[in-house]
Design a protein around this ligand. Sequence first.
Ligand code: IMP
Length: 359
Amino acid sequence: MPLDIIVGAQWGDEGKGRMVDLLAAKADYVARFNGGDNAGHTVTVKDNTFKLHVVPSGIIHPHTISVIGNGVVLNPRTLLEEITTLLDAGVEVTPQRLRISHAAHLITPAHRALDSAQEAARGKDAIGTTMRGIGPAYTDKVARRGLRVGQMLDINTFEQSIHHHTENINRLLVEYYRTEPIDSHTITEEFVGYAKQLRPHIGDVSADLYNALSSGKRVLAEGAQGTLLDLDHGTYPFVTSSNPIAAGALSGLGIGIKHVGRIIGITKAFQTRVGAGPFPSEVAGKHAERLRGSGENPWDEYGTTTGRPRRVGWLDLVLLRYAVRINGFTELALTKLDILSGFDSQKLCKGYQAGGQHY
Ligand code: IMP
């Protein structure tokens, strides 16, 4: 059976979680392949509604195995908080039901402190990151000095690595960014504790998924963020530091291309964006207020992770065509069409005109 991939077609927040919930009912595995706790989706189990940032939303279906792939940057503090919330709500989260790739990278408080210091230093050119340490964690990965989840399996060397890591970032924080250091002893102790708790969940998820696919099991790959925030193909530099596009599912889970079945793009019936960067069809005024909502409803356009009001605008078909091309969508799901009810007039962006050229 194939691997189905769910991808955001815009700047994230397209309602992917809802589609994952729907399709997870028929999946054996739900696997997250990129990003970290910068993402967020709201999940309801019986009377409990909670916001998940790291655990794939498939966890609420008792028959699925949730997987965190190598392409993810994992904040173990957030993960353990989510596990506790889920357990309290009666959701079973055993090491068999939640698997973490040994090749995923860790996010530490040092990364978060560095994210804040770098954003402050950018001044008016700030990206508007979620301040979750995403950029610094991926920077360490690419620079080949990152902390991998698999290192948690050997507590002694992990303890040394985490101490070394925080001390290195402290030097940057103090000497370059002229800001406060973080307490490396407390963090080392904290992370050793996390390692002991998470060890049973760690494994070779690429091999597990290969075996599952080979024996006819169904795998649903869940992307975070969206195509236009892709590090290579998004609105650089106003992007995240991972590859949320469909191809990212293959490298971010360690699965061969031959397994791919459906590639499902999710787009809202309008456009939203959090943080800085270009937004050609952006609107302000009363239309924006209507599209965004007041913030009283869970579906209003305020960030799940940061609570920031989202920028809003009309659906941009130029960008949607681009997302179709980059991802090779086999189908598109349109969300939040109901929000457009009752507007006197609406717009759709179907082309751009710039420098005498029409696109
Ligand atoms: P970072 O991923 O925190 O480094 O943020 C980089 C950019 O991606 C910023 O503009 C964020 O607002 C945006 N971003 C990151 N995660 C999400 C998400 O889940 N939804 C929407 N925007 C996001």
